[in-house]
Design a protein around this ligand. Structure first.
Ligand SMILES: O=C(CO)COP(=O)(O)O
Length: 249
């Protein structure tokens, strides 16, 4: 059985008091599903979030990290720094990192290696832009993003990899991929994995969907056989909305 995962990516939202408030609200919600729940606050709020949630079933994860262990990389954070405060999972390759901070498949491959070398789990994000979908190139784009950043790994590494398909045209736009579009792409991703690593690996990797998931559409999207969860942006900033999505399984 693959793990169901719902992760809230807070992006660059919430200062420390706002983060504390949202965590207080999250702790008032009831979980009725079997999903693993995660939140990814900004770096400055990670320690506080970790302390508040130490005894709870919500995992605190990071939005990004550098590939180097340490050194002259002003403004960056390493895997070992995250680990030292208890963070065990990191989101890598988000389309906003790729678009605004020049992250490439090549630099992401190094980040994935650094996370794995530190025994950290990676939620690896990828997805096509609108023009790729319009020109029916979406599968080729996604395939190359996955191959370039991940296919140097041994099969065993996929125990620590979660995939997140986030079509760029559906992020923060209110426009969602239809449940069928999500399912088609997730099945394609699983086949791409199976062709390289075999069915056992492909069937064990959780593939999340991200892009305007809301309480109103989560059930239908999560109902698809190859959708194992969601990476949630805007709706993760409200505790009730977020738990309505967590409980959509
Ligand atoms: O980018 C996302 C999660 O990483 C999705 O963001 P939205 O849910 O706001 O569309």
């Amino acid at each position: 059985m693959r793990k169901h995962i719902v992760a809230g990516n807070w992006k660059m939202n919430n200062d420390l008091p706002q983060s504390e408030l949202l965590i207080t609200d999250l702790l008032k919600q009831n979980q009725t599903s079997d999903a693993e729940v995660m939140i990814a606050p900004t770096f400055t709020n990670l320690w506080q979030a970790f302390e508040s949630l130490r005894q709870e079933s919500i995992e605190v994860i990071a939005q990004n990290m550098h590939f180097a262990e340490n050194g002259a990389y002003t403004g960056e954070i390493s895997a070992s720094m995250l680990k030292s405060i208890g963070v065990k999972t990191v989101i890598l390759g988000h389309s906003e990192r790729r678009a605004y901070f020049n992250e490439t498949d090549e630099s992401l491959a190094k980040k994935v290696d650094a996370a794995l070398a530190n025994d950290m789990r990676t939620i690896f994000c990828f997805g096509e832009e609108l023009q790729d979908r319009k020109s029916e190139n979406h599968e080729a784009v996604v395939e190359s993003q996955i191959k370039n950043a991940l296919f140097h790994l041994e099969a065993d590494a996929f125990k620590n990899i979660v995939l997140a398909y986030e079509p760029v045209w559906a992020i923060g736009t209110g426009e969602t991929a239809s449940p069928e579009q999500a399912q088609d792409m997730h099945a394609f991703i699983r086949k791409t994995l199976a062709d390289k690593y075999g069915n056992d690996v492909a069937d064990s990797v959780s593939i999340l969907y991200g892009g305007s998931v809301k309480p109103g559409n989560a059930k239908e999207i999560f109902g698809k056989p190859d959708v194992d969860g969601g990476l949630i942006g805007g709706a993760a900033l409200n505790a009730e909305d977020f738990y309505a999505i967590v409980n959509a399984f």
